[in-house]
Design a protein. Structure first.
Length: 347
């Protein structure tokens, strides 16, 4: 049984007030309360604690020890039971690989269907939704206008990264263009492959000629050694510029690494001749606009099928980002639980 947090706290406090001989010595309680204490662990436990604080020795009856041992056994049994997932319970990050495979392999017959209406009713519902979609588009335009007016901060640290062909400065990543977008790709020094979510974003970038046509360069930056980065890039089939920042403070300075932990992040820079300025950064779900798969899934009845979504009852849902895999790992059942974890983020 699951209790709401407030109710749990209330029940706990009532039990402490009624039955704890710390708050009310058992000898001062009504006779029926004293009788109850003969089979509860509170009095024997408190007597042992008091004895440990006040003296080196303590004499206790065998009954007290039996009571404590029985309640300890009950507590252990309850704890072990709590660790076993409930059949049919809600999805969590600890859901077994078998459960996840079963969910992914649901047939069309198993999945729920949205309400079925005639064409006229659908057109009216679509008209109402379209008003919201247009408002969202205008809001996005308004936010982009504010972003274009955001002030910048000059970058004075002379960052030099490790590239496949030797040292590469931050200025070099611009090429002959005035703007630079950096994807802080989560790939720590001791990892053997890159993050699933960051890889999904890199999959969506496509030919850089489209960005370059608008005076903008793009590059991946990670802390892992360059040989790991180039090998992983080859495996994924990317042609994106990628450098290692392992010998610099670049990741820490721009919030992509905090306390040694990797974070999903994007940073944007602009330059005037040799002077570089930081104009914008985003983290976590702020990267989603760069992953077309999310926008495409949001168009579908089932959506992203993640547990945070506001979906109708019975819709297929899994823990946030738990379904993500490297592009060459989908369908590899034996390895479905062996991927780099992506931070589960709330909307």
């Amino acid at each position: 049984m699951t209790l709401p947090p407030l109710l749990t706290q209330l029940v706990t406090r009532v039990l402490v007030l009624l039955f704890s001989p710390v708050a009310f010595p058992a000898g001062q309680l009504p006779a029926w309360f004293q009788a109850v204490h003969d089979v509860l662990p509170f009095r024997p436990a408190v007597d042992l604690i008091r004895a440990g604080l006040l003296s080196d020795t303590h004499t206790t009856g065998g009954r007290d020890l039996v009571v404590l041992l029985v309640w300890c056994a009950i507590a252990l049994a309850i704890s072990f039971q709590a660790l076993i997932p409930e059949p049919g319970g809600p999805n969590t990050a600890m859901t077994s690989c078998t459960d996840k495979r079963m969910e992914r392999h649901m047939t069309e017959i198993d999945l729920p269907l949205p309400p079925v209406v005639d064409a006229e009713a659908w057109a009216e519902a679509r008209r109402v939704l379209l008003l919201q979609e247009k408002a969202l588009t205008r809001m996005k335009d308004s936010v982009a206008a504010m972003r274009r007016r955001l002030p910048v901060v000059e970058v004075t640290t002379p960052y030099v990264f490790e590239g496949a062909d030797g040292p590469v400065s931050l200025l070099d990543l611009f090429g002959d263009r005035p703007q630079l977008i950096v994807q802080h790709f989560m790939f720590a020094e001791d990892w053997e492959e890159g993050c699933d979510g960051c890889s999904m974003m890199a999959d969506h970038i496509g030919p850089l000629s489209h960005l370059q046509a608008r005076r903008t360069s793009f590059a991946l930056v990670s802390r892992a050694p360059i040989d790991k980065l180039t090998a992983f890039r080859t495996r994924m089939g990317w042609k994106l510029p990628w450098v290692s920042s392992g010998g610099t403070t670049f990741n820490d300075d721009f919030g992509a690494t905090q306390d040694g932990e990797e974070r999903q992040a994007i940073s944007v820079f602009i330059r005037r001749r040799d002077r570089i300025f930081h104009s914008w950064s985003t983290f976590a779900r702020g990267e989603e606009p760069f992953m077309l798969v999310f926008d495409l899934l949001d168009l579908t009845p089932y959506g992203r099928q993640e547990s945070w979504e506001d979906s109708p009852e019975g819709w297929p849902q899994e823990p946030t980002y738990s379904w993500m895999r490297l592009q060459d790992r989908y369908g590899a059942e034996a390895d479905q639980c062996a991927h780099h974890a992506v931070t589960a983020l709330h909307p």
